[in-house]
Design a protein around this ligand. Structure first.
Ligand SMILES: [Zn+2]
Length: 207
């Protein structure tokens, strides 16, 4: 279903792709990223907000002048990752709330939507911070329940992941470790049982 919202005109082609990015962003340790990885993350944020992807020439020029606050934040973040702290914190809170099926409140500052139906990108934000723009987009993305509930927390390692509807663990490592643990427990349980049984038989033969 297509609606005029900031989320349907993105650089990321699909909702699963966008949700996967949010899960990754939520757990990004931005202060310890290598320079190249930090630049890539900033580009991923641009792609997520569809900046520089399908922008109309007017808006592109506007942003190049350095007046767009989101782009300004992103330029700063390229050399000072602490600029991303609020954004990552907000996304972590959203992802955590969705994964744990909880409840949370989010406030946002002032800003504007620009609805430009003549351009390739219909909706853009102006005057809002990077954090607020991501908040708006992320809230739009987690609105679709079925998709959003694929964001989960792994019961073994506590990390968030975006998986299949029936997927319980984050990946093979955790699923495998749990399977091995269960197998060992079952085996030692079996041993204990057979010991008890043996004892029982021994006693029987004794008695
Ligand atoms: Zn795990």
């Amino acid at each position: 279903m297509e609606t005029v919202s900031p989320t349907n005109s993105r650089g990321m082609t699909s909702l699963p792709e966008a949700l996967k990015f949010l899960v990754r962003l939520a757990q990004a340790d931005v202060s310890h990223l290598k320079r190249g990885d930090l630049l890539n993350l900033c580009d991923d944020l641009r792609a997520y907000l569809n900046i520089e992807v399908n922008l109309s020439d007017d808006l592109r020029a506007y942003l190049k002048e350095g007046e767009g606050r989101i782009e300004k934040d992103l330029r700063k973040a390229e050399t000072d990752p602490s600029v991303l702290n609020e954004t990552v914190k907000t996304v972590l809170e959203i992802v955590k709330t969705v994964a744990d099926r909880g409840k949370a409140h989010f406030t946002y500052g002032k800003g504007e939507y620009i609805l430009d139906a003549s351009a390739k990108q219909i909706v853009t934000y102006e005057g809002s911070s990077l954090r607020d723009a991501i908040l708006h987009s992320a809230m739009g993305d987690v609105e679709e329940l079925e998709q959003a509930h694929r964001i989960k927390r792994c019961p073994r390692c506590s990390r968030f992941f975006y998986g299949q509807t029936n997927q319980l663990y984050c990946g093979r490592v955790c699923a495998g470790a749990v399977a091995v643990k269960r197998y060992r427990e079952k085996k030692s349980g079996d041993k204990a049982t057979s010991k008890r049984l043996r004892k029982g038989t021994e006693r029987k033969t004794e008695g």
